[in-house]
Write a protein that binds this ligand. Structure first.
Ligand code: PLP
Length: 626
């Protein structure tokens, strides 16, 4: 558990059992905890035809995170004597999958946890799952008349819809639609805060942020609403600092600045009553509890207390009533509940081979003999020098090969000898007091490649797009010491389809320790905390489609059910996404086969077999099937 940091990033949800398998731990309603092995879940899913790669959703963790966020705010509100309530909304864009949104709506019901919609499609999704009129639906994003009309009609049905104005031009559209429909809208203003935050996703803060109103726009909006006698509709102030804000200081600074705007809008005569802090509550992906990009230097409780105190500190001195606190936490709500499980298909090692043809003989080219001398003279005292020599002679042999002056066998010998020397040097580096700068990357260069049955582009796009790191570990065999240092390559034919940054103590590591593969057993790894953004942003690189998905519900007695399942895309599905018509494709292939029968190249019986193979492929999984 220590090697892979499970207890650091697992937030109490993940641990290890006595047989070396990663478990998910949940608490039941009586406060007793139960653990279920991820291997048991994966085995059962495979037996049911939902093989790897498999996205596992643990419904209990979604419920637990919603409860933790709501209960933590409720505690902070009570402890600080805050005069209003918390109402969370989940931003649909963070995980739009119907099963996830339905689960959020159901788990959120007892806390009146609502949804945030950033488009018409997301508003329709929100309206299809929320029927609780106490929960809020916050509408962000650019809104045309159709979007606003839909929201106004939903308001007629009793739903609490808030239109957050992102750009000055939207105010007029909202006023026009509301007057026409004769509905008093709930309007929010999204402000651009000057506070700029640290972390990856900080472009949403500061003067140049794309979204939100500046102070002049805000005044113009107030005047416009006053002119239409609609200042009582301006109820909410919204801001969003950016996602994954690692430093609590930035959270506090944002709240303080927003409260100044809030107080002034009250002063201007707006009804107000709601303060929406947007997202930003970070996830500790690397478990370091620091203000490092993939971590956070605060707990959920500290976040809630700091927010509540900062609001009170500013508004109390202005004599302004405490607003309902809204947050749009997406990442922190869903990240924990999904784990991507995949198997390793093969490995490549950068080690010399023991073969007869690798022997160097007397009559070999001088460069090979020089290379052998360089390798033979490696010692702890001359690591850098011997490495440079070996590299030089190996490259010389490669260049001789290009000019036809050494044979393929000689080139293979040279490469093998070089690897032998490089591995020897790498071992000596472990004992060296100081590692020469040029050799620091050697362990990484010589690490194994583990080929994983999945697509980074489809299932973990943030690894490729923005160098995100996720916790990654074998989900079994953790009672055995891993001996191989490796990076992971996916099965797309793209050199960017790899994982070569892993969580470490302070900074990411370039390799991960893994176990040797066994012939008779699958080796299964899990990438954890992937519930946020990954499914939504994934793409069809090399036509690898959606993976199988299963949701698991762990019951009060510790037993579990496969509560929902979705089979991954078939080849026919992914082809139709990119404009092919599977029926037409079959027809063309059928004609090809028929012609072959006519020309006597195959028999009619063989045609039947060929067409059967074709249709079976069409309906098969896009990933490697065993
Ligand atoms: N609200 C808005 C307006 C956003 O743009 C985002 C995402 O960046 C979020 C909420 C969710 O943020 P997070 O996932 O950090 O909670």
């Amino acid at each position: 558990a220590e090697l892979y940091g499970i207890r650091n990033w697992g937030a109490g949800y993940f641990d290890l059992n006595d047989t070396g398998e990663i478990t998910v731990r949940v608490e039941n309603s009586a406060g007793e905890s139960h653990s279920v092995s991820l291997m048991d879940i994966a085995r059962g899913a495979t037996e049911r035809g939902l093989g790897l790669p498999l996205l596992l959703r643990i419904e209990n963790l979604l419920d637990a995170q919603i409860a933790r966020i709501n209960q933590s705010f409720a505690r902070a509100i009570e402890d600080c004597g805050y005069g209003n309530v918390f109402r969370g909304v989940f931003p649909i864009k963070v995980n739009q999958q119907c099963q996830v949104i339905e689960e959020i709506a159901s788990a959120g019901r007892r806390f009146n946890h609502g949804l945030e919609a950033g488009s018409k499609a997301e508003l329709i999704a929100a309206l299809s799952v929320l029927d609780n009129t106490e929960s809020l639906i916050v509408c962000n994003g650019y809104k045309d008349e159709e979007f606003i009309n839909l929201g106004l009609q939903a308001q007629r049905l009793g739903m609490q819809i808030f239109f957050v104005v992102e750009t000055p031009s939207e105010v007029e559209t909202i006023i026009r639609c509301a007057e026409r429909e004769q509905v008093r809208p709930n309007i929010g203003a999204r402000v651009k805060l000057a506070s700029k935050v640290g972390g990856y996703w900080n472009a949403t803060s500061g003067d140049r942020s794309i979204f939100g109103l500046g102070s002049n726009d805000l005044i113009a909006m107030v005047d416009q609403l006053r002119h239409h006698d609609m200042l009582d509709c301006l109820k909410l102030l919204h801001y969003h600092l950016g996602s994954q804000v690692p430093n609590i200081r930035d959270i506090r600074t944002g709240v303080l600045e927003a409260c100044r705007y809030y107080a002034d809008l009250v002063e201007e005569g707006a009804a107000m009553g709601y303060l929406d802090l947007g997202g930003g509550l970070a996830v500790d992906y690397d478990g370091s509890k620091t203000n490092y990009t993939h971590s956070k230097n605060y707990s959920l409780d500290e976040y809630c207390v700091d927010v509540v105190e900062a609001i009170m500190g500013t508004l109390d001195s202005e004599g302004v009533a405490h607003p309902v606190i809204i947050t749009e936490s997406g990442r922190a709500t869903v990240a924990y509940s999904s784990v991507l499980l995949f198997d390793i298909l093969d490995t490549t090692r950068f080690e010399p081979v023991e073969l007869e043809h690798t022997k160097i003989a007397e009559g070999d080219h001088q460069m090979l003999l020089n290379l052998q001398d360089a390798v033979n003279s490696i010692s702890a005292k001359n690591l850098q020098e011997s490495y440079n020599d070996a590299l030089y002679y190996r490259d010389e042999v490669r260049s001789l090969y290009l000019h036809g002056q050494v044979s393929l066998r000689e080139r293979a010998n040279a490469e093998n000898l070089f690897l032998q020397g490089a591995q020897q040097i790498r071992k000596l580096l472990d004992e060296a007091e100081e590692v020469p700068v040029d050799l620091q990357a050697l362990p990484e260069v010589l690490s194994d490649i583990y080929y994983a049955n999945m697509s980074v582009f489809q299932s973990l796009p943030d690894i490729w797009a923005i160098d995100q790191v996720f916790p990654l570990a074998p989900i079994h065999r953790l009672d055995e010491a891993p001996t191989r240092s490796a990076i992971i390559a996916d099965i797309t034919c793209d050199c960017d389809g790899k994982i070569d940054r892993f969580i470490g103590r302070q900074e990411e590591q370039k390799t991960l320790l893994l176990h040797d593969l066994k012939d008779e057993e699958d080796y299964i790894l899990g990438t954890f905390l992937v519930g946020a953004y990954q499914e939504t942003l994934g793409d069809l690189h090399n036509l690898f489609g959606d993976t199988n998905v299963v949701s698991v519900r762990i019951h009060d007695d510790g037993s579990f059910d496969y509560s929902r399942e979705i089979h991954g895309d078939s080849i026919s599905d992914v082809l139709s996404y990119v404009e092919y018509r599977p029926q037409e494709l079959f027809e063309r292939f059928r004609k090809l086969a028929e012609r072959a029968v006519k020309e006597g190249r195959i028999t009619a019986q063989q045609r039947k077999q060929i067409l059967h193979t074709y249709t079976a492929s069409m309906s098969g999984y896009t990933y490697f099937e065993k």
